[in-house]
Ligand binder design. Structure first.
Ligand code: PAF
Length: 285
């Protein structure tokens, strides 16, 4: 496996070979490695990037403290069968202030995560487009754990006609159901025990919707209250359409999404609803 820090070396190593790409910010866990495994199935070289992207962090967020664990990450990537790690430093990827930015459409990017983290998806799209231009992959794998990010990137690729297949990776979970995340490492022992409640609340919400309830707002409020009563500060718990994250409608495939802070750690998670929401009794399509 080659660990490469400059764009010139990357282009030389790739030499136009087809590749499947897994962009990351490092501090890797089993979830990232499962994305690498999916990239391997695609065929061609597997390229992973490790770059903590300042553009997607607000000034009060954890850019400075985000764990940088390059040596360990490279060991894990080698074990997972990655061929090339692209780990540029900031001055390589942003040699001058990044004045050109890619602003995604507000109807998708300003809700949920984008509402609570203004500018986040502009930072993500800008770096992902730039990384795509560096690697020029045939395919790229993004985890469903960042559901809205996956959707924003897929639309970007579609609308800008980028010749890249976007592959969705399922969320990897710990045994108790907690979605794996680099930020789980910030949790204290007691917070880690409590953290399982985020996925529990989503599962409960999923069960309620699948049982036919359509009082979406009441369900969302009740789920937020459950978390708040346990000491969390929820940003949102939302039932949305899978297609575009719009408000739910009966019969549409749905997804439940949540973001909440436990102590100083902000966690996100989501669950797609296995079946479509039921149409109320007596109503036909
Ligand atoms: O999901 C992430 O780790 C980041 O948002 C990404 C896609 C690597 C862009 O910095």
């Amino acid at each position: 496996m080659h660990v490469i820090h400059t764009l010139a070396e990357l282009r030389q190593a790739l030499a136009g070979s087809p590749s499947a790409f897994v962009p990351t910010m490092g501090n890797l866990h089993a979830g990232h490695l499962s994305l690498v495994a999916q990239a391997r199935q695609f065929g061609g070289l597997v390229v992973a990037s490790i770059f903590v992207n300042r553009l997607q962090f607000a000034p009060h967020e954890d850019f400075d403290t985000y764990p940088r664990t390059l040596a360990r990450d490279c060991e894990l990537l080698q074990g997972a069968g990655c061929d090339i790690v692209f780990a540029p430093n900031e001055s390589e990827l942003y040699p001058e202030p990044q004045g050109y930015k890619l602003v995604p459409p507000p109807d998708l990017a300003d809700l949920l995560e984008g509402h609570f983290r203004p500018g986040f998806f502009t930072g993500v799209c800008t770096v992902v487009l730039k990384l795509f231009n560096c690697v020029q992959p045939a395919a790229a794998v993004f985890g469903k754990k960042d559901y809205q990010q996956l959707m924003v990137i897929s639309r970007m690729v579609q609308q800008l006609a980028l010749p890249i297949a976007i592959i969705a990776g399922e969320t990897s979970r710990a045994e108790d159901g907690l979605a794996l995340s680099s930020r789980n490492g910030y949790l204290s022992t007691s917070e880690r025990e409590e953290a399982v409640w985020l996925s529990r609340c989503l599962r409960e919400l999923q069960a309620q919707v699948l049982s036919g309830r359509q009082d979406w707002a009441a369900l969302e409020t009740a789920a937020m209250q459950t978390l708040s009563a346990r000491g969390w500060s929820p940003d949102y718990i939302a039932i949305r359409r899978q297609a575009d994250l719009g408000e739910p409608v009966p019969g549409a495939p749905l997804v439940v999404l949540a973001a909440a802070r436990l102590g100083s750690t902000r966690l996100i998670d989501n669950l797609e609803l296995a079946q479509t929401a039921q149409t109320p009794a007596g109503v036909t399509d």
